[in-house]
Ligand binder design. Sequence first.
Ligand SMILES: *Cc1c(COP(=O)(O)O)cnc(C)c1O
Length: 508
Amino acid sequence: MHDQHMNASLDSRLGLAEEDRPEAVPADDSLDPEDWRELRQLGHRMVDDIFAQLQGIRQRTVWQPPSPEARASYHVSMPTEGVPAATVYEEYRRFIQPYPLGNTHPRYWGWVTGAGTAGGILADMLASSMNGHVAFGDQAAVHIEAQVIGWLRDLLGLPEHASGLLVTGGSVATLIGLTAARDAKLASVLTEGMAQSRATAYASLEVHNCVDKAVGVLGVGRKNLRRVPVDRDFRIDCAALRAAIAADRAAGMTPFCLVASAGTVNTGAIDDLPEMRRIADGEGLWLHVDAALGVGLAASPSLRTLIQGIESADSIAFDLHKWFHMQYDVGCVLVRDADSLRRSFSPSAAYLAPMPRGITSGGEAFGELGIDLSRGFRALRVWFGFKEHGLNRYGRLVEQNVDQAGYLALLISRTPYLELLAPVPTNIVCFRYRGRGELEESRRDHVNREIVMALHESGLAVPSYTTIDGRFAIRVAITNHRSRREDFDLLISEVSRLGEERSNPHHD
Ligand SMILES: *Cc1c(COP(=O)(O)O)cnc(C)c1O
C-alpha cells in the first residue's frame, strides 16, 4: 500500500501518465527484516541472555576448549542461502558463546587483557546502530572522537595542540607513533625510502614485541632496534642507553628514536621517563612511550606519579581495552605535534579534499591522521565509559588491582614452596612453585608449566607465563575489575596443591 502510494506520487512529480508506467517490476530487495516485530523480540531475548550470562559469570569456568560439534561447525562452508536470524542466534548460543578466551571472568589474569563492562556492551550496540564511518565529516562521531582525544590528551598532560586518534590497539598505535618519529627525524625517508638512512632506534630488553613489528614494517630493520640492558628492577639502564647511542654515532649510524616503556609486559616496570627525555633532547631524538598498560595509572591521583614524565613524550601509544576496561578493540596514539601525523598520513587525494560547505566542511579528518581510512565508531564506547563511570572510578579500580597484586605477592611470600621472581611495582606478579629442597632446578620449569596448563584446563583461573632471568614464571597481570581478594586465595591454594602433586616424581 505504502509503496504504491509512494510510486503514485513519484509518478505525478515525474509527469508520468498511468499508461507510460513500465510493466510491473519486482519490488527492490533490501537486507531489512520482513517482520520488524519478530526482530525486536529476538533483540530483547539477546539482551536478556547477555546480561543473565554476565551476572552469573562467577559460576562458570574461565575457559573450556570448544566441543567437537562446535569445532565441526567452524569448518562449514559459506552459506549461499540464508536462514532466519533466530536460527543463526541458536547456532551462536551452541557453538560460539560458550567458548570465549575467558577474559570477562573474574579469575582471568593472562597477558594484559581487559574484562569489558556491561555498559560497554550497550554502547557498542548504539555505535553499531549508527554504523558510524569516522574518517571525516561534520558528524557527531567525528566530534565525539575529537572530544575523547582531548580528554585523553589532558589526562596524560600533553599540550592543547597535541593530537591523535583511536586505533585498534597499542600495536598499531606504536606503528603510527614510530612512523611519525621516522618522518620527523629522517626527513627524506617518506619520499625516498629507507635505503640510505642507517636509522637506529633504542628500547630496553623488556620492551613489547610490537616495537619489533613496527621497526620491521617501517623498514628500519629489526636489528637496528637496539635492545638496551635493564637494571634489577627491569628498567632500562640509562648509562647503557647513552653508550649505545654513542657507539652507533661513531659507527656512522643515525639514531632517531627512543622507546620508553611505561609498564613492561613482563613485570610492569616503568622506565625513567624524565631521564629518557633528557637523553632524547641531548641527542635530538624522538621519545615514544609505550603506555599500553601504564596509562591506567594516570587515572589514580596516588599512582600517577609513577609515570611522571609521560607528558614530555613526542608520542604515546596506549590501550583502553586493557586497564580502562573498554570493549575490544580500542587503543590510542597521541602526538605532541599535531602536524607530525598529518605529514606522515595525508598524501593528497582529490576525492578526499574538503569542501567549503556541507558534510566535508568541518570536523577532524581522522582518516588523514593514521593508517585506516574507513574507521568505526570506537569513540562511542570510550565516551560512554567515561560518562557512565567517571575518571575517578577507573582510578579507584586501578588502585584496587595494584592492592590485589600486593596482596598476592604477600600470599606468595607467606606460602611455603612459592617464590616471587620479580619485583611487583604495580599490578603484575611473576612467581613460581619452588618446591621442597629436593626438587631439582632443572625440573622446576617443567613443574610450573604443568601447573599453568592444569589451571587452564580446569577452568579455575587463567594466569599466563613468561621467562624471568631464564626461569619459567607463572604470571598474573591484574587488569580486571571483577577480581576479588578471595580469587587470589583460591589461586594460591590451587597452585600449591598442583605444585605438590606435579613435583611428585610418580606423577607423570
Ligand atoms: C598489550 C601491549 C602492547 C600491544 O597492544 P595491543 O593492544 O595488544 O596491540 C604493547 N605494549 C604493552 C606493554 C602491552 O601490554
